[in-house]
Design a protein around this ligand. Structure first.
Ligand code: MF3
Ligand code: CO
Ligand code: CO
Length: 254
């Protein structure tokens, strides 16, 4: 069953996603060579609790931390640890919160210092592909239209799309129907309608699409150990258009 949210509910979900967006903006200031990913996790958890919210991932199916911090060949669900970020790394930071009974969920892939043109292009294309997907998140379109747009954009750039993990509905649960794949065929999949809230989150590999799960039971990495990037925004379908509930402005301004 796909939940249809009222305008009031969507405003609560927006508030949740703005808090996640601000958390990522705060983390941006701390992302530099020498910082441990677990230190970022602590900063995020404290900020979320200071804002009268709870971490949305902590305890989710037993997940142990507030953030997912996925470095270089890690795609998603990297667990914050004593790993020290190094110049040239890329790190996807995915963050969720729960506030007033609803969830926020947003992710951004950051450069650690200077990363070189290949990784810069991977980040840029992946970020742009997310907005290609958002553009076609229109009432009457289908999830396959979103997947098709993301897949075309990334494959035309020479990259590959992870299949095993997908975007999703968002609301009173972190993951709700429908699934929102980052690949697909136009006109296929679930129909999009007014009041739906979804997360679109392309996971794009520089090399081949295959991924494996590491022994920690969480971390997903590329099988060929080439880099991967991940960006995520929550959107509502409102008044005939996608209304972006999260924002990268706190990360990207100044
Ligand atoms: N990365 C997932 C998403 O954006 C959520 C992570 S759940 C966790 O939908 F338990 F791994 F944290
Ligand atoms: Co998500
Ligand atoms: Co997420």
């Amino acid at each position: 069953m796909i939940n249809i949210r009222t305008a009031e509910e969507i405003e609560i979900i927006r508030e949740c996603n703005l808090l996640v967006s601000k958390t990522l903006g705060l983390l941006k200031k701390h992302i530099k060579p020498g910082v441990k990913t677990v230190e970022l996790d602590k900063i995020a958890e404290e900020f979320i609790r200071d804002n009268n919210a709870e971490p949305g991932f902590l305890g989710y199916q037993g997940y142990p931390k507030t953030l997912c911090t996925s470095v270089n060949n890690q795609v998603v669900h990297g667990i914050p640890s004593d790993y020290v970020l190094a110049e040239g790394d890329i790190v996807s930071i995915d963050c969720g919160v729960k506030k007033n009974g609803y969830y926020g969920d947003t992710a951004y892939s950051f450069a650690v210092g200077a990363i070189g043109t290949d990784k810069e292009r991977l980040l840029r294309i992946t970020r742009e592909s997310l907005f290609e997907g958002i553009k076609v998140a229109l009432p009457g379109n289908r999830t396959g239209d979103i997947g098709f747009a993301v897949q075309q954009y990334c494959e035309n750039a020479g990259y590959s799309v992870v299949r095993e993990l997908v975007g999703h509905g968002l609301g009173k649960n972190l993951h709700e129907a429908p699934e929102v794949p980052n690949y697909g065929k136009r006109g296929k999949g679930h129909k999009l309608a007014e009041g739906m809230v979804i997360c679109i989150e392309p996971m794009i590999n520089m090399g081949r699409k295959e991924v494996i799960q590491e022994k920690d039971g969480w971390t997903i990495r590329t099988r060929d150990k080439m880099p991967s990037a991940h960006f995520e925004l929550a959107i509502a379908i409102q008044k005939g258009a996608p209304d972006i509930l999260s924002t990268f402005k706190y990360i990207e301004e100044e």
